[in-house]
Ligand binder design. Structure first.
Ligand code: GLA
Length: 732
């Protein structure tokens, strides 16, 4: 019988089909993970690979997601899993994996195929999609979780890894999320810093290869780099325009986010615990749950993304996010370690005189054998220093109550000075290499929170304070040291230390919150060295930086404001910086107001101003804490920084303006265009926080429509003589 096709035809056919790019059409099941405005769309392929086909604006018709892949004419994906929703390694993959493992038999390969998925509504507006993946060869399973917050456009992702192999499986990498995004270009906005220099922003175009944002510091993990980042798609997003994704890992330890621009120009974002020095030995049936990676996507610029995050944080994450906060007077910069009962009792009177809610006693109140008179000794010995406080904390709490103010206290329970009784008695509670020279960070070592006895000790520090002083109203929880010489005398497997430390910390915080659910606690880490949304579930606020020079603070608070709502940012008026008290106070008002100055040293008018500013703040604080935040003009770009807070009902707003440049008569030459108001409402603008005996330059008799204020704007008349201007905007 004659063959229908010649040999050369058949050869040519195969050659051609092999050389032509295989255009991928989505076949098989589509899983769309949607919020109000955006969608992450996954596709189960014929081979049961789970791949990402879309991340962007949601389509009106779900049916059309299946057609997305055919719109891309990129080169061939040889592996068929370049867009894997969770990239395994050691089988077909050729790029950065999300997970790598060595099986119990020593084999290094992993493949993950789709088994099934389920979707649950957890509460109105919150759903959970769970996708089951399994290795076809090994009894090794991975489940991917996608928790969506519909109204806030926020997605939380995490992973559960488990196996039923005979022996231990070593996980070398275990990411929380693996995003895959197709756009023309990508721009990364990232942050770096150091002590007193947190949240320094830089933006660059992402080039091919891998850009890693990470921390290897263990505790105080964000000292050099926080986990938050933004990626703009196609072009750098502005406040009001452009596609942008804000992301962050919720983990108070070592993190790692890889941003890989692959050979096809797609962006792969893989984020999780940093696997640095941390291969994890997983027992059969043990479930390794990764921390949560969170992201929000906005197609209308950074402003909307940040407001969505704020709404989400207040509603679901930040402890008591919709609650109240206390204004306070702190004694750290007023006294440092140099105080006694008499000085503190005078400061309690100052607290009342100033009109704030609470007095916060900072470092230096404890330790007897090695008194805490400086940062070289005493840390770990949490008994009142008898010389400074012969009548204990309780007499101060009583005195505070008598003055009509509340009392709060500073602790740093995770760390120890080698010069302390705690270290003498429990040298094995400390993280250090047994045979190496100790190396200190601020004269401290870190306690080994992987050890349950240490966990009990740390819990006991807090519990002891509350048991003895039930009226204690506030805690500032500090964490100054990083982990050097990572070694635990308790753990058998040293490569688990960085992970077990954080797990231990969360166990302690969980226990504290079970017993003391709402008491306000400030998250401090020598400034903003540990700010993340896992920690903020246990804390009501954080300390962004020890740098309180108001000019620097404008920048630090500004960058933080993209990710964290104003209610969570503790801002204090101090003597850093040479600016007048009005400027310092106006800057601190951009979040949760506090003071750390000697009230009795204030000149008459400065004192009057400070007292009045507390009252003014009380009148507007709910707009700042609970309203929508708009960044109107930028300190990095403009002479005047302008931040607006608008109440949810659009009836009131607060416009905060700050001069950030003093060259060539810098000032507000142009009106500041407002946002978020009701165009049909009429608004009156009045200046608040005026310094005594000064007059406002604002004509307060005028009324403007929201339409006018948003299209033309308002000039706050900021100049060197009016370096900060705070305007109350009220609907008539
Ligand atoms: C850290 C904090 C400061 C202060 C000191 C006390 O540096 O960031 O605010 O509490 O510790 O030692």
């Amino acid at each position: 019988m004659k063959c229908k096709f010649s040999i050369s035809f058949v050869l040519n056919f195969f050659l051609l089909t092999a050389l032509l790019p295989k255009y991928v059409f989505a076949q098989g099941e589509i899983i769309s993970i949607e919020t109000k405005n955006h969608a992450l769309v996954l596709n189960v392929t014929g081979k049961k690979d789970l791949n990402t086909i879309y991340l962007g604006k949601k389509l009106a018709n779900k049916e059309e997601y299946a057609a997305i892949s055919s719109a891309y004419k990129q080169t061939e994906d040889y592996t068929e899993i370049l867009n894997s929703a969770y990239t395994p390694s050691g089988s077909r993959n050729l790029v950065e994996p999300a997970i790598t493992a060595t099986h119990a038999d020593g084999n290094n390969s992993l493949d993950l195929r789709y088994i099934k998925h389920e979707i649950k509504t957890l509460k109105p507006g919150v759903s959970l999609t769970k996708i089951y993946l399994k290795d076809p060869v090994y009894p090794f399973e991975v489940s991917l979780f996608y928790k969506t917050y519909f109204n806030e456009d926020v997605v939380e992702q995490w992973t559960e890894i488990s196996h039923k192999e005979k022996g231990l499986v070593t996980l070398h990498k275990y990411a929380s999320a693996n995003l895959h995004i197709k756009r023309n270009d990508f721009w990364l906005r990232q942050f770096y810093g150091d002590w007193a220099k947190e949240m320094q922003a830089e933006e660059s175009k992402i080039t091919h290869g891998i850009k890693t944002l990470d921390s290897k510091l263990g505790t105080r993990a964000n000292l050099f780099q926080p986990p938050v980042f933004m990626v703009s798609f196609n072009k750098p997003a502005t406040e009001t325009e452009g596609e942008v994704l804000f992301g962050s890992l919720q983990w108070s330890g070592n993190f790692r986010t890889d941003l890989e621009l692959d050979h096809q120009d797609n962006l792969r974002i893989i984020s999780g615990i940093n696997n640095f020095a941390s291969p994890y030995a997983l027992k059969a049936n043990e479930v390794f749950t990764t921390p949560v990676f969170m992201y929000t996507f906005s197609a209308e610029g950074k402003g909307l993304a940040s407001r969505n995050l704020h709404n989400w944080a207040r509603e679901y994450k930040l402890l008591d996010g919709n609650g109240e906060r206390l204004t306070l007077l702190n004694n750290w910069e007023a006294t440092y370690f140099d105080f006694d009962e008499k000085i503190l009792k005078d400061l309690l009177k100052s607290t009342k005189k100033l009109g704030v809610d609470l007095f916060l006693l900072d470092d230096g109140w404890f330790a007897n054998k090695y008194p805490r008179n400086g940062d070289v000794a005493g840390l770990g010995d949490w008994q009142e220093n008898k010389k400074k406080l012969p009548n204990g904390i309780s007499s101060l709490v009583t005195e505070a109550t008598a003055n009509g103010v509340k009392f709060g206290i500073w602790i740093e329970p995770e760390m120890v000075n080698p010069k302390s009784e705690l270290y003498e008695k429990n040298p094995d509670w400390v993280i250090k290499q047994p045979q190496r020279e100790e190396h200190y960070f601020r004269n401290q070592l870190v306690l080994d929170l992987s050890n349950p006895k240490v966990q009990d000790f740390v819990f006991g520090v807090v519990d002891g304070l509350f048991t003895k002083n039930p009226e204690l109203a506030y805690i500032k929880w500090d964490c100054n040291a990083v982990i050097y010489n990572a070694h635990s005398a308790y753990l058998k497997n040293q490569s688990h230390l960085y992970i077990e430390y954080v797990r231990g910390l969360y166990k302690v915080l969980e226990k504290i919150r079970t017993k003391y659910p709402k008491v306000p606690i400030m998250l401090c880490s020598g400034g903003g060295g540990r700010v993340d949304y896992a920690a903020l579930q246990y804390f009501t606020e954080f300390w962004p930086s020890d740098n309180t020079d108001p000019l620097e603070r404008i920048f630090i608070q500004w960058e933080n404001s993209y990710f964290y709502p104003a209610i969570s940012s503790a801002n204090h008026v101090t003597d850093w910086g040479k600016q007048p008290i009005k400027f310092r106070t106006d800057v601190a008002m951009m979040g949760k107001l506090g003071f750390d100055i000697v009230i009795d040293h204030l000149k008459e008018n400065d004192l009057k101003f400070a007292q009045q500013s507390v009252k003014n703040y009380d009148a507007v604080k709910h707009i700042i804490w609970k309203g929508d935040q708009y960044r109107l003009s930028h300190p990095k770009k403009d002479d005047v920084a302008a931040m607006l807070f608008v109440s949810k009902d659009k009836a009131s707003a607060l416009l905060c303006n700050y001069l950030v440049n003093n060259r060539y008569g810098a000032g507000s030459k142009f009106p500041v265009k407002l946002e978020g108001l009701d165009p049909n409402k009429k608004y009156k603008l009045t200046e608040t926080n005026l310094y005594p005996e000064t007059k406002s330059a604002t004509d307060e008799s005028k009324v403007y429509s929201g339409d006018f204020l948003m299209k033309v704007g308002f000039n706050p008349q900021v100049n060197k003589d009016r370096a900060s201007v705070i305007l109350k905007i009220e609907a008539q």
